[in-house]
Design a protein around this ligand. Structure first.
Ligand code: ZN
Length: 179
């Protein structure tokens, strides 16, 4: 399926968060090839779900639609809803370790080392290319969500100590999925 077919197959009013270890979270996502009405409605659905879920970022595969875009709201404000279509990081510098969570991993938190500053290039909803320098939480969100588009997850970024600390939460998620 190409990206438009994947987006059209989703009901933007009924999006739900896909949780670890659902295999859809492991797919490498398809580039978005067309910005049309259904894509705009899909992004609006993602923003709604992200705010309802009290998240600051949400990648399309997290709602089961494996295309290259993610929603973000670094200030957690309905007035500050961002979308990055076909994003890529073109520059990264610095290194900072902070605690991270993920809507696909309820009750799992881990320190993760990320670049402190990234320059991201993406397409916006009007089809324009945007280039943004992001720092701090905003940079962390961009790196975390971009990982999702390549099937890379929080659990892959964890060190040994975090794995042990989160062992029960991860096992519980695996058991819930198997049920
Ligand atoms: Zn995540």
């Amino acid at each position: 399926m190409d990206s438009s077919e994947k987006i059209k197959a989703a009901d933007p009013e009924a999006l739900q968060i896909v949780k670890y270890p659902d295999p859809r979270l492991r797919e490498t996502c398809t580039p978005v090839d067309d910005i049309d009405e259904s894509l705009i409605r899909f992004v609006e659905g993602m923003w709604r779900l992200m705010l309802e879920s009290r998240g600051v970022g949400l990648a399309a595969p997290q709602v089961g639609v494996t295309v290259r875009l993610f929603a973000a709201s670094p200030t957690f404000s309905p007035d500050d809803l961002l979308v990055y279509i076909n994003p890529r990081i073109i520059e990264a510098s610095g290194s900072v370790e902070e605690e991270e969570g993920c809507l696909s991993f309820p009750l799992v938190y881990s320190k993760v080392k990320r670049s402190e500053t990234v320059v991201v290039e993406a397409v916006d909803l009007e089809g324009n290319i945007l280039r943004e320098t992001c720092t701090d939480l905003h940079a962390r969100i961009v790196q975390h969500e971009l990982d999702h588009l390549d099937g890379r997850l929080l659990v892959d970024r964890m060190g040994a100590v975090s794995r042990i600390a989160n062992r029960k939460a991860l096992k519980d998620l695996e058991a819930q999925f198997a049920r």
